[in-house]
Design a binder for this molecule. Structure first.
Ligand code: ZN
Length: 79
Protein backbone atom coordinates (compact mmCIF):
# COMPACT_ATOMS: atom_id res chain seq x y z
CA UNK A 1 0.00 0.00 0.00
CA UNK A 2 1.44 3.30 -1.08
CA UNK A 3 0.96 6.45 0.88
CA UNK A 4 -1.29 7.91 -1.82
CA UNK A 5 -3.47 4.86 -2.45
CA UNK A 6 -7.15 5.75 -2.46
CA UNK A 7 -6.38 9.46 -2.34
CA UNK A 8 -8.02 11.70 -4.90
CA UNK A 9 -7.08 15.02 -6.38
CA UNK A 10 -8.72 17.98 -4.70
CA UNK A 11 -9.04 19.77 -8.06
CA UNK A 12 -10.25 17.14 -10.54
CA UNK A 13 -10.92 14.13 -8.31
CA UNK A 14 -8.46 12.04 -10.36
CA UNK A 15 -6.58 9.14 -8.80
CA UNK A 16 -3.24 9.99 -7.22
CA UNK A 17 -0.29 7.75 -7.98
CA UNK A 18 3.05 7.82 -6.20
CA UNK A 19 6.03 8.80 -8.32
CA UNK A 20 9.63 9.72 -7.72
CA UNK A 21 10.12 13.22 -9.10
CA UNK A 22 12.73 15.94 -9.45
CA UNK A 23 11.68 19.14 -7.80
CA UNK A 24 13.13 22.52 -8.79
CA UNK A 25 12.86 25.06 -5.98
CA UNK A 26 13.77 28.71 -5.89
CA UNK A 27 16.00 29.49 -2.94
CA UNK A 28 16.69 33.18 -2.58
CA UNK A 29 17.86 34.25 -6.02
CA UNK A 30 18.82 30.86 -7.35
CA UNK A 31 17.23 27.59 -8.22
CA UNK A 32 18.11 24.27 -6.70
CA UNK A 33 17.07 20.87 -7.98
CA UNK A 34 16.05 18.29 -5.44
CA UNK A 35 16.16 14.82 -6.91
CA UNK A 36 14.33 11.62 -5.95
CA UNK A 37 11.42 13.36 -4.27
CA UNK A 38 8.49 11.04 -3.63
CA UNK A 39 5.28 12.76 -4.65
CA UNK A 40 1.66 11.89 -5.21
CA UNK A 41 0.89 12.86 -8.80
CA UNK A 42 -2.69 13.26 -10.02
CA UNK A 43 -3.32 11.06 -13.05
CA UNK A 44 -5.90 13.57 -14.25
CA UNK A 45 -4.40 17.05 -14.06
CA UNK A 46 -0.83 16.32 -12.96
CA UNK A 47 -1.01 18.26 -9.70
CA UNK A 48 1.68 17.09 -7.31
CA UNK A 49 1.14 16.46 -3.63
CA UNK A 50 3.85 16.02 -1.04
CA UNK A 51 3.58 14.25 2.28
CA UNK A 52 4.35 16.28 5.41
CA UNK A 53 7.54 14.37 6.18
CA UNK A 54 8.76 14.90 2.60
CA UNK A 55 8.04 18.64 2.83
CA UNK A 56 10.05 18.74 6.05
CA UNK A 57 13.05 17.17 4.34
CA UNK A 58 12.71 19.61 1.43
CA UNK A 59 12.64 22.45 3.96
CA UNK A 60 15.96 21.27 5.44
CA UNK A 61 17.56 21.44 1.99
CA UNK A 62 16.00 24.79 1.09
CA UNK A 63 17.27 26.32 4.33
CA UNK A 64 20.78 25.22 3.40
CA UNK A 65 21.26 22.77 6.23
CA UNK A 66 22.24 20.00 3.87
CA UNK A 67 25.27 20.15 1.62
CA UNK A 68 24.56 19.90 -2.10
CA UNK A 69 25.74 16.73 -3.85
CA UNK A 70 26.96 18.81 -6.72
CA UNK A 71 26.86 22.35 -8.00
CA UNK A 72 26.19 22.89 -11.68
CA UNK A 73 26.45 26.15 -13.57
CA UNK A 74 23.13 27.28 -14.96
CA UNK A 75 22.64 29.05 -18.29
CA UNK A 76 21.05 32.48 -18.09
CA UNK A 77 19.21 34.16 -20.97
CA UNK A 78 17.32 37.35 -21.46
CA UNK A 79 14.79 38.18 -24.12
ZN1 ZN B 1 -6.22 16.38 -10.55
Amino acid sequence: MGFWDKEHCEYCNGAIVEKITDLPRKVGKRYVLIKNVPAGVCSGCGTRYYAANVLKRIEVIVKGRKKAEKEIPMAVYSL
